[in-house]
Design a protein around this ligand. Structure first.
Ligand SMILES: *[C@@H]1O[C@H](CO)[C@@H](O)[C@H](O)[C@H]1NC(C)=O
Ligand SMILES: *[C@@H]1O[C@H](CO)[C@@H](O)[C@H](O)[C@H]1NC(C)=O
Ligand SMILES: *[C@@H]1O[C@H](CO)[C@@H](O)[C@H](O)[C@H]1NC(C)=O
Ligand SMILES: *[C@@H]1O[C@H](CO)[C@@H](O)[C@H](O)[C@H]1NC(C)=O
Ligand SMILES: *[C@@H]1O[C@H](CO)[C@@H](O)[C@H](O)[C@H]1NC(C)=O
Ligand SMILES: *[C@@H]1O[C@H](CO)[C@@H](O)[C@H](O)[C@H]1NC(C)=O
Ligand SMILES: *[C@@H]1O[C@H](CO)[C@@H](O)[C@H](O)[C@H]1NC(C)=O
Ligand SMILES: *[C@@H]1O[C@H](CO)[C@@H](O)[C@H](O)[C@H]1NC(C)=O
Ligand SMILES: *[C@@H]1O[C@H](CO)[C@@H](O)[C@H](O)[C@H]1NC(C)=O
Ligand SMILES: *[C@@H]1O[C@H](CO)[C@@H](O)[C@H](O)[C@H]1NC(C)=O
Ligand SMILES: *[C@@H]1O[C@H](CO)[C@@H](O)[C@H](O)[C@H]1NC(C)=O
Ligand SMILES: *[C@@H]1O[C@H](CO)[C@@H](O)[C@H](O)[C@H]1NC(C)=O
Ligand SMILES: [Cu+2]
Length: 567
């Protein structure tokens, strides 16, 4: 009562002083967090190493907020090199300045410096996450963002007894920055991780890990909400809990129609909210995750990370803890079976607003390639590379947002091709196709308010495989996906324009295509890239720039005064 009356008076004063938009903000809460980037020591797999963290924890701290809130995070860098942080899946309306990808929207926060991000939530509800978005530091610098329903509203399912974030990660015995630096120097594939982790722990299938295996203690008869985040560097994951079925109710901070399943396939960048009922005989059950990797000859971490789903009570520990039965590593059909079941909730309170007519179409191939390797450190004459529409993206020493905002020439070209430069059987026999690509910093300009459709087309160049493609600044509707080459006459007829899921990272099927739609109503500079870190490092990235609309509410906010400078 008291609080809401105070809120009303504050709102009234703001209304008189400011405009309508500020009033809307006054109704939501503001949170403040301090993140200190610092080196800390960790022991895993029988070895100790020093690595960059936020506040010495792995995974890092969880941010809690409600739908529509604003969060200020001051990031102070006490590490050894420049870092940026991205708030993955947060749309950041009009505020690309706080989005984070290095040299796309800001230059890095240098050692000894700090920067305050303003994270503006709008319609996101569920689970998102934050992670470093510079070199490979996201391996150790990441954490959850938990967005609860707005005050006075609730979940579109019975309230769980308790909830828990489950973060799947990668563990490298060596320094992660050295891993990517070494790969770039030699032109070869980066080392694979030494283990996967659940909430920072490899689990007891690995040496020296039994003691610290993560345990989720549950009460018999209760239902739990697990907020699962795939923070793995280079592998998509199959995940499940022995003896328990999963009911998936949300993905990428939007609700979906509940899916009952024994396993999920979750890509790096994706988040899934899952209800699990502790309805089995009290005992210990493994929670497990292993890679889904369907590229022939592609190296990947083939180990299994576990945690324990452990019932409270007085019973004897089983001599062998059961493992969930997960699809094998290269089971493309099982992965696609799961992803094809996902539908948006499409209820009165959580409607689907998918654009029905399109103003702007892009057709974008996603490929692995070769570039000449000319440096003395190269191990061969070619280096591994990757591209979108045959442009292998190059990051510049100044951010594209600043270059665009201040009209600095020579940083990017606004001529990213809107369709493949060369048509061939993208998903056919590649023997006669040139695997070369060319470097560039090419962007696509979009007008404010355009309804955009992007068809992502996987190709069989070098190695066909599933790619998790992530877009910043928006969620998009996944209206269609299929195998083979996209047919622009027949495939749109099978689009789901009724209840497509609203997501921020799509698993582009191996040798297949995916069609996504969104309205370009967020002015700014927005990165789009494969969330397999090595592919992004190789150039499987591009940028969309959404121009300002006509009014102030349709235009980018001015930059914050304390934006890190580009050296
Ligand atoms: C991180 O550490 C700083 C300084 O020790 C502290 O002020 C801050 O509250 C911590 N942040 C979190 C999220 O724990
Ligand atoms: C953060 O940076 C600002 C300059 O941008 C500086 O004035 C302030 O002292 C810094 N704060 C800390 C805690 O270092
Ligand atoms: C990569 O793996 C090889 C073989 O295990 C090892 O010798 C090398 O030190 C690793 N490189 C890095 C940067 O960790
Ligand atoms: C996992 O990969 C290693 C090579 O990195 C290989 O020696 C091993 O046989 C593989 N294990 C399984 C179960 O596929
Ligand atoms: C647990 O069960 C055992 C055997 O059924 C019994 O001896 C013991 O007293 C119980 N302990 C508690 C704390 O209830
Ligand atoms: C999966 O890999 C195994 C070898 O590990 C191979 O025998 C099998 O044919 C592969 N399956 C598919 C669908 O590629
Ligand atoms: C997915 O798998 C289930 C169970 O194996 C099967 O019944 C269903 O037909 C499959 N769906 C697709 C689209 O493959
Ligand atoms: C493309 O290649 C695939 C695989 O070889 C083949 O099945 C398909 O018919 C080819 N498509 C066209 C249009 O040639
Ligand atoms: C691919 O094409 C090459 C030459 O064009 C041919 O030799 C080879 O048999 C073809 N492979 C398949 C699987 O069709
Ligand atoms: C990609 O670009 C390279 C370099 O310009 C060229 O050699 C190659 O043929 C192009 N490939 C395609 C599929 O457009
Ligand atoms: C469909 O694709 C063909 C090339 O395969 C292209 O010429 C045509 O313009 C496309 N149509 C539309 C409506 O995009
Ligand atoms: C980003 O720009 C900075 C200059 O501020 C430069 O030192 C850094 O190498 C650039 N990063 C990348 C990935 O290009
Ligand atoms: Cu990829």
């Amino acid at each position: 009562m008291g609080i809401s009356r105070l809120g009303f008076i504050v709102g009234l004063i703001w209304f008189m002083a400011m405009d309508w938009q500020v009033l809307c903000m006054a109704q939501s809460n503001v949170h403040h967090y301090n993140f200190v980037l610092q080196n800390a020591q960790f022991t895993r797999l029988c070895e100790t190493k020093t690595m960059l963290t936020v506040n010495g924890s792995f995974p890092g701290p969880t941010i809690h907020a409600r739908k529509g809130d604003t969060i200020f995070v001051n990031v102070h860098n006490e590490g050894d090199y420049g870092v940026t942080i991205h708030w993955h899946g947060v749309k950041q309306p009009r505020n690309p300045w706080s989005d984070g990808p290095e040299n796309i929207t800001q230059c890095p926060i240098q050692p000894g410096k700090n920067f305050t991000y303003e994270i503006i939530l709008s319609d996101e509800e569920g689970t998102l996450w934050w992670h470093a978005h510079s070199d490979w530091s996201r391996a150790t610098v990441h954490g959850a963002i938990v967005i609860s329903p707005a005050r006075g509203t609730t979940y579109p399912f019975p309230a769980p007894y308790a909830e828990q974030t489950i973060i799947i990660g990668s563990w490298f015995k060596g320094d992660v920055k050295a891993v990517i630096d070494e790969a770039v120097a030699t032109g070869g594939g980066p080392n694979i991780s030494n283990s996967l982790t659940i909430n920072g722990q490899p689990g007891d299938l690995y040496p020296c890990s039994e003691e610290d295996t993560y345990r989720l203690k549950v009460n018999s008869g209760r239902t739990y909400l697990l907020r699962v985040i795939n923070a793995v560097m280079n592998e998509e994951q199959f995940f499940g809990i022995a003896g328990h079925s999963l009911t998936v109710v949300g993905q990428d901070a939007a609700y979906i129609k509940p899916i009952t399943t024994n396993y999920i396939m979750i890509t790096p960048g994706q988040t899934m909210d899952i209800l699990v009922s502790a309805n089995q005989p009290p005992s210990y059950y493994y929670i497990a995750s292993h890679s889904f990797s369907d590229g022939a000859g592609v190296a990947f971490d083939n180990t299994t990370t576990t945690a324990i789903f452990q019932y409270n009570g007085n019973y004897s520990r089983p001599s062998a803890i059961p493992l969930p039965v997960l699809p094998i590593f290269n089971d493309t059909a099982a992965a696609e079976n799961y992803t094809s079941r996902v539908r948006g909730l499409a209820s009165r309170d959580h409607p689907v607003n998918v654009p029905q007519t399109i103003n702007r179409r892009l057709y974008v191939t996603v490929s692995l390639n070769f570039l000449p390797c000319t440096e003395a450190t190269c191990t061969g004459s070619n280096r591994l590379a990757a591209s979108m529409n045959n442009v292998s993206f190059v990051t510049k020493p100044i951010d594209i947002l600043q270059a665009y905002y201040r009209s600095i020439n020579g940083v990017f070209d606004a001529d990213f091709p809107s369709e493949p430069q060369k048509y061939f059987n993208f998903t056919g026999n590649m023997t006669s196709i040139n695997v070369a690509t060319a470097r560039g910093t090419k962007v696509t300009m979009l007008n404010y308010g355009e309804a955009v459709e992007i068809v992502l087309q996987g190709t069989n160049l070098l190695a066909e495989m599933n790619h998790p493609i992530h877009l910043h600044g928006f969620s998009f509707y996944l209206v269609g996906q299929g195998k083979g080459n996209f047919n622009n006459e027949t495939d749109p007829k099978s689009y789901n324009l009724i209840d497509p899921p609203e997501i921020n990272t799509v698993a582009l099927p191996r040798s297949g295509w995916a069609a996504i739609r969104f309205v370009a109503n967020n002015p700014g500079v927005w990165f789009i890239h494969c969330h397999l870190e090595k592919h992004s490092s190789w150039g499987m990235d591009t940028v969309l720039i959404v121009r300002n609309g006509r009014t102030r509410a349709q235009s980018m906010r001015p930059p914050p005064a304390s934006l890190p400078s580009c050296s």
